[in-house]
Design a protein around this ligand. Structure first.
Ligand SMILES: [Zn+2]
Length: 238
């Protein structure tokens, strides 16, 4: 079902859920409402009207945020590692290789390699670079805070910079963190380590951030205002 409220088109998905949820999806700021099966159209319209300020703010944010163009892994494209810009130089090569020199990333892959194959290969190289820093920085922040995780892993995530499974004492770091300035990675590590002790972002959580990283708000802003991948689904909330 589709409805229009104050000139905004909204897609309504009825589901077996208890409460209504509102989503503003990039890149265009398309609005979706998930609603319980029995909720009336009027209630949904009221719910949207109540949140119209928030919707417009989100849409504005998506409009203003820089976005990287979709990568094809060809020469001349720009990539970021720890906030520094590099230019890709692609060459056909019988052996896959990935080498950073000066401001360039030299990528060599078999002739006829597909975008998907290049993406997969580059992603694993980025994962190695990220892991190199995690191996250094996770122990550093564990020592500072006295909070220890059992393991940390990396994965490509569309909605979070990091997550914490406090039961398994496992931390997940978004692969895209390799693109951001290193201090942003330190912030996400600290953030997730604190979650081992404090699950929600309440007063206690903020007090611990303040204690260990007095400029965390600036770093968080730096992170959340950095260019997003072209296929990013939602804005991040760490
Ligand atoms: Zn959090």
């Amino acid at each position: 079902m589709n409805i229009t409220v104050s000139g905004i088109d909204i897609q309504v998905n009825k589901k077996k859920i208890k409460n209504m949820h509102l989503y503003v999806k990039p890149p265009e700021g398309f609005v979706v409402v998930s609603a319980p099966l029995l909720v009336s159209r009027k209630s949904i319209e009221n719910f949207v009207r109540l949140n119209i300020g928030w919707i417009k703010k989100q849409q504005q944010k998506f409009e203003n945020q820089p976005r990287m163009t979709e990568r094809r892994y060809i020469s001349g494209e720009t990539y970021y590692i720890w906030g520094k810009q590099y230019f890709l130089v692609f060459r056909n090569s019988s052996r896959n290789h990935f080498k950073i020199e000066g401001n360039s990333i030299f990528l060599g892959m078999k002739e006829g390699s597909t975008t998907e194959q290049r993406k997969k290969y580059v992603r694993e190289r980025f994962r190695e670079i990220l892991n190199g820093q995690l191996d250094r920085l996770v122990p550093k922040w564990e020592e500072i805070t006295g909070l220890n995780c059992d393991s940390y892993k990396t994965k490509y995530m569309l909605t979070r910079w990091g997550t914490c499974n406090s039961k398994a004492r496992r931390i997940w770091i978004n692969l895209q963190m390799v693109e951001k300035p290193l201090e942003c990675l330190e912030y996400v590590i600290l953030h997730e380590l604190i979650h081992l002790k404090v699950p929600k972002h309440g007063k206690d959580f903020v007090a611990m951030l303040d204690k260990y990283m007095s400029n965390w708000k600036d770093i968080k802003n730096l992170l959340n205002n950095s260019p997003l991948d072209s296929y990013q689904q939602t804005n991040f909330c760490v």
